[in-house]
Write a new protein. Structure first.
Length: 109
């Protein structure tokens, strides 16, 4: 994550793009620091590296799933839960089986 000082160094006016300096802005973004593009001295866009965009998208997804989990916990408050060990037993799985499995993508829309 970029510091405030790094961000101030990465403010680029949109006019730089028409002056052939776009590659410099993209190079800064590839270095891990978001580039803020301004138009009329107002932020208009942010350029991120693909890795940073992916990281932020994953954080957003994690927060969404956490919110769903918290809603479900609240809705089930006072109802008895099923111990994790019992769920594994009912499914015929062990914790080692779970550790050996690949990650799965969930469609939650």
């Amino acid at each position: 994550m970029a510091s405030v000082a790094d961000m101030l160094d990465n403010i680029v006016p949109i006019s730089d793009f028409s002056r052939g300096r776009a590659s410099q802005a993209f190079e800064k973004a590839r270095g891990g620091n978001p580039v803020i593009v301004t138009k009329n001295n107002t932020p208009a866009a942010v350029i991120l590296s693909p890795e940073e965009y992916k990281r932020l998208a994953e954080v957003e997804e994690d927060l969404y799933l956490l919110g769903l989990a918290l809603e479900r916990l609240e809705a089930n408050e006072g109802k008895p839960g099923i111990p994790f060990e019992k769920v594994l037993e009912d499914l015929g799985l062990t914790e080692e089986d779970l550790d050996a499995m690949e990650d799965v993508e969930f469609d939650y829309e």
